[in-house]
Design a protein around this ligand. Structure first.
Ligand SMILES: [Zn+2]
Length: 389
């Protein structure tokens, strides 16, 4: 439940409101009510107000912003072999970043133990700049862990991930609280990408974000907000049955799921079975760039399969933008096949307003989304939450 003060704080730290007048207008309240709420947040040390030195002559408007020095948050972008760590202040400004080799196969306690050591070291190195009049040190307030698997509705645990042995059902939020010492939440990496992409490229408030990497992920933004669905599984198209596809067994116990037919891992397996051993996504990408006929054909077919599934999603959601991310989405034969299936299967009235775009650096958007969620969590569940209520 968002409290009246939290609403004001959210508008200011999200950059939507920068004055008392903005707050009154955006929350449809009187100037005096808006001012009373802003005053309370200033008294509690969460907001500061200063003269806009960029304004020219006349009465300078007062600008609201989050008070510096409130502490930091960390984003952990867990991949199968590497964790990207970012520490930011509560307004989202990045203070430091690092990379840590990990193996998700070692399970949550080993992986998050190593990540926590690195995050805490990074956070202590990334304290507020020396010229910042910081009364409080930049102590870590909250952590958001992004994972390449589905996450339950309470943002606390990974649910039936395809390639994360030992993680299913583990309470990552509780483990994070223990290891990081601060409130921790976990979220699917493509959902974080969708949140971060929308923050970094506002506009299309209805968008579907799809990554095609070793696995296939999909995040849905409806009316400018991430849509998680009733159990957090919204957008998970990877276990959609591909009609007419070979009956390849899937981790979910069924066969011919999109994940085992058209994901990067499926393509690597298919190439291996055809006598073209391909060890990594980088090798697959190179093979297609070099015009390897089998690799190119498989990638094109994957584009058709994924395009067929997305056609249903696009007809249903009517997004303004379909954002493609991940290494396979960088391949022209894949994108061409996907586009042709979407345009062939959806009504012109649906595709007329649809932009199909390619996000070159999904990692950066994923991290921005994780930082935002960690900051939200800091004000909702961390030590600062008592000052917001
Ligand atoms: Zn499956």
């Amino acid at each position: 439940m968002t409290t009246p003060h939290a609403q004001v704080l959210d508008l200011v730290r999200g950059g939507t409101a920068s004055s008392r007048a903005d707050v009154a207008r955006l929350l449809s309240m009187s100037a005096s009510t808006a001012s009373a709420r802003v005053d309370a947040l200033v008294r509690r040390g969460l907001l500061v107000e200063h003269s806009d030195s960029t304004a020219r002559a006349g009465r300078r408007p007062r600008v609201l912003r989050l008070r510096p020095g409130l502490g930091s948050v960390a984003a952990v972008d867990l991949r199968h072999a590497v964790a990207h760590l970012t520490v930011a202040d509560l307004s989202g400004e990045v203070l430091g970043s690092d990379r840590l080799p990990v193996s998700l196969d070692e399970g949550p306690r080993v992986v998050l133990g190593a990540v926590a050591d690195a995050v805490l070291a990074l956070a202590s190195r990334s304290v507020t700049a020396p010229d910042e009049p910081s009364q409080e040190r930049s102590g870590l307030q909250a952590v958001c862990v992004g994972v390449p698997g589905p996450v339950g509705p309470a943002l606390d645990r990974v649910v039936a991930p395809a390639r994360m042995p030992g993680w299913n059902g583990v309470d990552v939020a509780a483990l994070g609280q223990e290891l990081f010492g601060v409130p921790t939440l976990v979220e699917n990496d493509v959902n974080l990408l969708a949140v971060g992409d929308h923050l970094q490229r506002p506009g299309a408030d209805h968008r579907v974000v799809v990554t095609v990497d070793t696995g296939i992920g999909c995040g849905v933004v409806v009316d400018g907000r991430l849509h998680r669905g009733a159990s957090g599984m919204a957008g998970d198209v990877s276990h959609t049955t591909v009609v007419g596809a070979p009956r390849v067994p899937c981790s979910c116990g069924r066969t011919a799921c999109l994940d085992v037919i058209a994901s990067g891992s499926a393509l690597l397996s298919a190439l291996g079975e055809a006598g073209v051993p391909t060890a990594s996504m980088d090798e697959l990408i190179r093979a297609v760039h070099d015009g390897h006929p089998l690799a190119t054909g498989l990638v094109r077919e994957a584009g058709e399969r994924i395009g067929d599934v997305l056609s249903t999603v696009i007809s249903f959601f009517n997004p303004a933008e379909l954002v493609l991310a991940g290494p396979v989405s960088s391949l022209p034969p894949f994108v061409a096949a996907l586009r042709s299936r979407v345009y062939a299967s959806c009504l012109p009235a649906t595709t007329a307003s649809l932009a199909i775009t390619r996000l070159a650096d999904g990692g950066e958007a994923t991290r921005a989304g994780a930082i935002r969620l960690a900051a939200d969590h800091a004000f909702a569940a961390g030590p600062l939450a008592a000052r917001v209520r």
